[in-house]
Design a protein around this ligand. Structure first.
Ligand code: OVM
Length: 399
């Protein structure tokens, strides 16, 4: 008997405040059913989320990692060659992206990323001096990834880069149900999709950048020429809205916890663990799905072939079975084993870049800013998959 709960994780109330729902799901059992979505099972405990993500032969990605089962319904856009793929395709595409964003490659972009972070925090301090406050989301959490990541991929600079935010919002909404949030983000995204696809072409990508390196892998025969633009699309889908919200949530965590900010300010080398703990505390990607490849089981509970499995990464990241005082944001915690980047062979291939962005922004803040204060209420931008803020009014008090 699987517990069945009358909960819609995509209802606005749960997107606004997911944590009480996560507790209900975790406490109900290791595997639960949700009445509004009778075809899926859900896991909210750390142990089962890790088990499902770690078993890519029984729990596949090729039928989509959202609610839609590609075996029954067509994907909403041509499927990703890495996210929504299994071996052997995934093995080949992953090898290419993994080399482009290897620790060594990330080391090479580090100085440039750090310099941009310092320049941006200086501009925020300047703006704060003039206006009394900044928007932590618009001025910092969006501005930084929109500058450094498309630069690294090799896109031209300019205001059209904001298309990356609209496209990311749409892609992450498309992993949930076809609800009002999804319909609304799809409404505006026609011209944006055309812009994204055009910018996956080699002529739009600076020689030597991450995007061009995909085409070099195609030249070398590691992937086909037709696959190259689709892998650039993965950069443009997954590389911006994720880090925007990772940074935004980290700023939110620090603004809500002045004692944590004081620790960070006193020791800027805590920037990296402070970002990591923010990822655990407010997982940017709240959920991903897998699909049972065969009749199988989770925690001894039978799961039929082709069943969608909802993995609540954010709930696993606050599972008291795994974390002492899980709701506490503690920058000294060192939360290794968190699920914010997923885990297993599909674990975020760009996580070294994401961590670099988080670290250098928080380190630049730690050195230049003594305190950060919320000057008004924040707003949320609801998304079926991402934990996202719309605005975060902050005062930065210079060191
Ligand atoms: C992709 C893609 C899109 C969204 C997320 C993601 C978290 C990948 O197009 O490959 O990974």
């Amino acid at each position: 008997m699987i517990p069945e709960l009358d909960i819609d994780p995509y209802a606005p109330e749960h997107l606004i405040a997911p944590y009480p729902m996560h507790q209900q799901l975790r406490e109900a059992g290791p595997v639960v059913r949700l009445r509004p979505y009778p075809t899926l099972v859900a896991c909210a405990r750390h142990e089962q989320v890790q088990a499902v993500l770690g078993d890519h032969t029984h729990f596949i990605s090729g039928a989509g990692v959202g609610l839609t089962n590609f075996h029954r319904e067509p994907p909403f856009r041509p499927r990703s060659l890495i996210l929504e793929a299994d071996a052997p395709l995934h093995t080949q595409t992953r090898a290419v992206l993994s080399r482009i964003m290897s620790p060594k490659a990330v080391q090479q972009i580090r100085a440039g990323f750090a310099a941009e972070a310092e320049a941006l925090v200086d501009r925020c301090l300047q703006k704060g001096e003039n206006k009394g406050e900044i928007c932590g989301i618009h001025d910092l959490a969006q501005a930084y990834p929109l500058k450094v990541f498309p630069d690294a991929v090799g896109l031209a600079d300019g205001p059209e880069r904001e298309n990356l935010l609209l496209y990311g919002d749409m892609v992450f909404n498309s992993m949930g149900p076809r609800n009002a949030l999804f319909e609304k983000s799809v409404e505006k995204v026609g011209p944006v999709t055309a812009w994204i696809m055009a910018h996956c072409q080699r002529e739009h990508l600076r020689p030597g950048g991450f995007g061009d390196q995909i085409y070099q892998a195609a030249d070398a025969g590691e992937i086909s020429q037709e696959q190259a633009p689709m892998l650039v699309r993965s950069f443009l889908s997954a590389g911006v809205d994720t880090t925007v919200n990772g940074l935004g949530n980290a700023l939110f965590a620090l603004a809500q916890h002045p004692e944590a900010y004081a620790q960070l300010h006193a020791d800027p080398t805590l920037a990296r663990p402070a970002f990591e703990e923010a990822l655990r505390w407010e997982s940017t990607a709240q959920t991903f799905f897998r699909t049972a490849a065969v009749d199988t089981q989770i925690a001894g509970v039978p799961v039929a072939a082709d069943t969608k499995v909802l993995c609540l990464l954010a709930a696993a990241n606050r599972d008291p079975r795994k974390w002492p005082e899980p709701d506490r944001y503690d920058i000294l915690r060192r939360p290794s084993g968190h699920m914010a980047f997923g885990s297993g062979i599909h674990g975020c291939v760009g996580q070294a870049v994401a961590r670099l962005e988080g670290e250098v922004v928080l380190a630049a803040l730690a050195r230049r800013v003594k305190r950060i204060e919320c000057t008004g209420p924040h707003t949320r931008r609801l998304n079926n998959t991402l934990r996202a803020l719309g605005s975060l009014p902050l005062r930065l008090i210079p060191a």
